[in-house]
Design a protein around this ligand. Structure first.
Ligand SMILES: [Mg+2]
Length: 356
């Protein structure tokens, strides 16, 4: 029997802020871009449950959050603090794992199939993990337990906040059946609309759909989502989690077509990215710039370069991609710089710290 858990910190960035300013606890609080009296750009990174009660959600434009709840407490991101606390959390989680895979700054899968032999024991075990994280960091989390990564994630969603939720193998079908299509991992708004147009309304209906029809419409992705709809996920908890890419983005205060403003931003972002690259002891071989215009159209332009960890290499290539491929007549809303094809620099210690 395979027992997989997903440990996911609750409203992580806000929870970190609460540690150093307990007075914000239980007040609607939003970590993200500066709302600037509703004129601000950028998004909500995390909000706590009191803010969610009013309809604020992470990923929402900060201006929209401000319209909903202008008197919430707004706090700018403090990556250094969150990464520091994340390391403490992950150290605890790892100590409980047979296999450990960190998937983001505040989430990790663990395989505990060797340590735990029954579902009853898994509940006690999860409680010990949860209590230890609380004791070491002061932070709440939710733990989903099931038979594979997909179902552990779905269980975790259902258990939020501050919960432990077990979905036994024999209960997977029933658990998934009546749920909305976009509750299923891998299905976004567009796929949901397409599936609904085909007559499927719930995960249970997708599970029983005609596979050929799905393939015709979605290709191999159709087969994959039908597997998910049946609670099937064969992916393993990957012990050697590696950072796939590191990037930073900037949203301009005002859409701009000014070349100097954009190149200055690219250089600054390049420096930040290189800071992360060096901290993780990595080198990169691919450079990508993301160009988003005022009308929200977006272009990604990439190139491979000689392997490097140098800020000058990154900035010059990123600026060149921008100059070569952007439409200078159209004002830009956002610029992003990203490196990928990462490898551990020689002589450096292990990769695996989450850095993006
Ligand atoms: Mg989380």
């Amino acid at each position: 029997m395979q027992i997989i858990m997903l440990i996911d910190m609750d409203y992580f960035f806000v929870a970190c802020e609460e540690l150093r300013r307990p007075e914000i606890k239980d007040k609607p609080t939003i970590v993200g871009s500066d709302p600037k009296q509703g004129e601000g750009r950028g998004v909500v990174m995390t909000c706590n449950y009191p803010a969610r009660k009013f309809g604020v959600r992470s990923g929402m434009p900060i201006s929209q959050a401000y319209r909903i709840k202008s008197d919430a407490i707004y706090i700018p991101m403090d990556y250094d603090l969150y990464e520091k606390i994340s390391k403490d959390v992950m150290k605890v989680v790892k100590s409980f794992a047979d296999r450990f895979e960190q998937v983001s700054v505040d989430e990790a899968f663990i395989d505990v199939s060797k340590k735990i032999k029954s579902y009853e024991d898994s509940l006690d075990y999860a409680k010990r993990i949860k209590d230890t994280i609380k004791e070491k960091t002061g932070l709440p989390c939710t733990i989903g337990i099931s038979t594979n990564k997909l179902m552990a994630k779905m269980a975790c969603e259902a258990g939020k906040p501050n919960g432990i939720r077990l979905v036994r193998e024999e209960d997977v079908k029933e658990f998934l059946n009546g749920k909305e299509l976009d509750d299923l991992y891998g299905i976004g708004k567009k796929t949901k609309e397409k599936l609904e147009a085909m007559g499927y309304k719930t995960i249970g209906e997708l599970a029983k759909a005609n596979t050929m029809d799905l393939m015709e419409r979605f290709g191999s992705f159709g087969v994959e989502i039908q597997k998910y709809a049946n609670g099937i996920d064969e992916s393993k908890v990957e012990e050697n989690y590696e950072v796939k890419s590191i990037g930073r983005e900037k949203t301009f205060e005002k859409d701009t077509a000014d070349r100097d403003t954009v190149t200055t931003a690219i250089r600054k972002l390049s420096d930040e990215v290189i800071g992360e690259v060096k901290k993780a002891g990595l080198t990169f071989k691919a450079v990508t710039v993301k160009l988003r215009y005022g009308d929200f159209t977006e272009h990604l332009k990439s190139r491979s370069i000689r392997r490097s960890d140098d800020a000058g290499d990154l900035a010059s290539n990123a600026v060149d991609l921008y100059l070569r491929y952007s439409d200078k007549s159209r004002p830009m809303r956002k610029i992003g710089v990203r490196v990928s094809d990462l490898t551990k620099a020689r002589g450096q210690k292990k990769i695996g710290e989450f850095t993006s």
